[in-house]
Structures are given as structure tokens and as C-alpha cells.
Design a protein around this ligand. Sequence first.
Ligand code: FAD
Length: 412
Amino acid sequence: MTPHPPQPLGPVVLVGGGLAAGTCAVTLRELGYDGEVVLLAAEPHLPYERPPLSKGYLLGDAELDSVYVRSGAWYDEHHVDVRVGSPATAVDLDAHTVSTAEGPVRYARLLLATGAAPRRLAMADDSGAPVRYLRDIEDSRRIKAELRPGARVVVVGGGWIGLEVAAAARAAGCEVVVLEALEQPLVRVLGDRLGRMFADLHREHGVDVRTGVSVTSFAPEGEGTAVGLGDGSSLTADLVLVGIGATPGTGLAAAAGLKVEDGIVVDEYLRTSHPDVLAAGDVASAYHPRLGRHLRVEHWDNAIEQGRAAARTLLGDEQPYEHQPYFFTDQYDLGMEYVGNVGPDGFGELVVRGDLASRVFTAFWVKADRVLAGMQANDWDATDAIRRLVAADHVDLARLRDAGVPLDEVAG
Ligand code: FAD
């Protein structure tokens, strides 16, 4: 990384104990900034990564030690003042202070990286039934303990987290039902054909995937939950997981008077409507120069890259954030990576190279002569070419459609 002369800023305060805030702290030090850095984390943990919470850790393949961005010793050695269990309760933009239960913290520059929280299902919360959500270490620990052989698991919502938990539950020997309101799981992100492929993948592994289903009630039943469905039937579950998306943690920013729409609105340098305050990660709706619109991305890679970009802006080295959105998932023996963003206007054509049934393929969401997004499933060498295709201003579609032309040659 190129060293930048650190700016004499005064204290930098990072609010949020997740990947974006943790990465920003690390990058500030890597770039040579040796001024005061305070990181306020609501959770009782050092900044950590969440993907293992629905995969490796839940499956028993990974320990929690592996999820932390840096060890406690690293923050001590680098004089980063991490205050865990210390949420910011208010921001005073004029006074340049953040309130906490222990008193105000003064900042010269502030990063808000407050992340997102699971969207709640009021009907489930109000029922008194033991319904689970998955966002943090405690949620994952609890769910892991409940994934016992023979346990009946009902997953409400066929999104990424719901499907990953379904896979982990099958691996633990549970009986699993996935309830999805739309015609296929993941249909909003991947479209009908690839959504169906994920449904088939789970069915092959013994999951009862039900699509076009409405959930009408939850009620405590013994130690578990009765889940009522729109067709009048009901399911009995030992564990109900609700995975219906996430909402950005914008409360602090909105109360301070910062511009908030779907997330905290920031420019391509991650600056909010106040020049001394930045936002990054799941909570930030950032202007993306290449896409020509604001985009809020709830992905691991985005939290890292925006954490780094925020550090650069904080030090006065402003470079537009133009990174392509990137996402990965692992379910059973299917690993996939997805690059790009289809956007609100949709795509014209889905080009698939390879064989969906064998689960080794690449897929491209195309509009006119542009590739808006691409993914690979179990074809790990394809990712660089996919990135080049998504970055290209023009793609030869005839060659892309011809699986006989190697992807590297299409990408140029
Ligand atoms: P967060 O990780 O949400 O961190 C924000 C932190 O800020 C939280 O700890 C919160 O408690 C804290 N906070 C909130 N308000 C305050 C306050 N007022 N004061 C102080 N602290 C506050 N992405 C992928 O690309 N691939 C995956 O496979 C994948 N798997 C995932 C699995 C799970 C179970 C989950 C939950 C997410 C997954 N993600 C995945 C998404 C990825 O984890 C997020 O995009 C990433 O965590 C975002 O980082 P962040 O720092 O912006 O927010």
C-alpha cells in the first residue's frame, strides 16, 4: 500500500464495532496516521467478520477465534482505543462530540459504520414463540446449540442467510423446511432460473423448499413453535429462523440531522452531508460513479473496501470509491462468487455458460452490450475474467454466448 503523509487531524472516532470500522482503524495505522483513534462498539466484542456465523462456525468447521479483524493485542500495540459495549447514543455535529454512557467523546473526524440489523417480523416477535434471527455471535452460538439431529427447523425467508442456515441444519441432521413468499428463493437477486437452481440444490439435500407460501401466524407450542401457513396448514418447529433481510442502522445519523434515505447518504468519497462525518459499510448509501447512482451494499467485501476508502478520505487522500460490488456464498458443495449489480431497471438477458445441473458454470446478467453482473459457481478461476467483463464498457455478446470461446478471450 502506498504510504500517505498522515494529516494532523485531531481525534478520529469510529462508531460501530464491525468489519468496516475495524478495517478503517487498521488502515489508518497502515497509512501511517499516528494520531488518536477511538472505536466505539455497541457489542461486547472486538470488530469481527460475520460470514462464518452462518457457515464455518455454524457447521462446526471454524472456531470463533478466526472471526476477529485483529486481536486485542494488535489494538493495544497500535494505540487504538477500542471501547466494546460502549454504544454511541448521539452525535452533536456542531460541537463535534459523540455521546456515550461514559461521557462525550470529541472528534475532529467521525466515521459512522453502524451496520445493519435483521428486519423483524412483528407477527413472530409478538407471538411469544421462541423465534431466532441471525446477526451476531450470540445469535449464532444459540442457533448452533439448537441444531441437533432430528430437530425440526423452519426457515422463514429463502435469502442468503436463510439458505446457509438451512444447509448447516441439514449437515447437523435436522429436518428443514424453507418457506419463501416469492416464486423462487433469491429471485430478486438472481432471477427465476438461478433461484430455481438454489431451490433444487436444497431439495437434493433433503430440504423441503416451499415457494409462493405465506406465513400467517406463530404460536408457542410446547418448547417450540407452531407456524401457520396461508393454505390453512401448520408446521411444528423446534427452531424457527426468520431471515427476511436487514435494515440499516441509520438512527444515530438521522437524529443528528445527517441526510438519510435507504442508508446514510454519502458521496463517492464516503462523506455524509456533513464534511467531517463519513459513513461506510452496510449502513452507507454511497454514490457509485460508474453506476451513476447511490448504492447500499450489504456484503463483507464492501465493508472491507469502504473501511479502507474511509481511512484514505479521513487522511485527506480522497479517491472515488468505484469498487465493484462482490459477494460470495458457500452452501453444501456449491461455492459461488458474484460481481456487479443489476440495479433497479433490471437486465435484458441471462447468459449461462456451462451446466446448471452439474453446478459448474458462469452466468451473466446482460443489458444491451454491457454485463451488469456475473457469477461463477465452482469455477474459481473465472472470477478475474468476470470482473473484467463487468468493468468493460462494451462486450461482444456473440462471443460471450458461445461457450466454446474461453471466458478469458471474451474478457480480453
Ligand atoms: P456490521 O457488521 O453490522 O457492524 C456494525 C456494528 O456497529 C455492529 O457490531 C453494531 O452493533 C455496531 N453499532 C451499531 N450502532 C452502534 C452505535 N450506536 N454505537 C456503537 N456501535 C454500534 N457478506 C458476504 O459478502 N458474504 C457472506 O457470505 C456473508 N455472510 C453473512 C452471514 C451473516 C450471518 C451475516 C449477518 C452477514 C453476512 N454477510 C455476508 C454480510 C456481511 O457480514 C456484512 O456486509 C458486514 O458485516 C458489514 O459490516 P459493517 O461493519 O458495515 O456492519
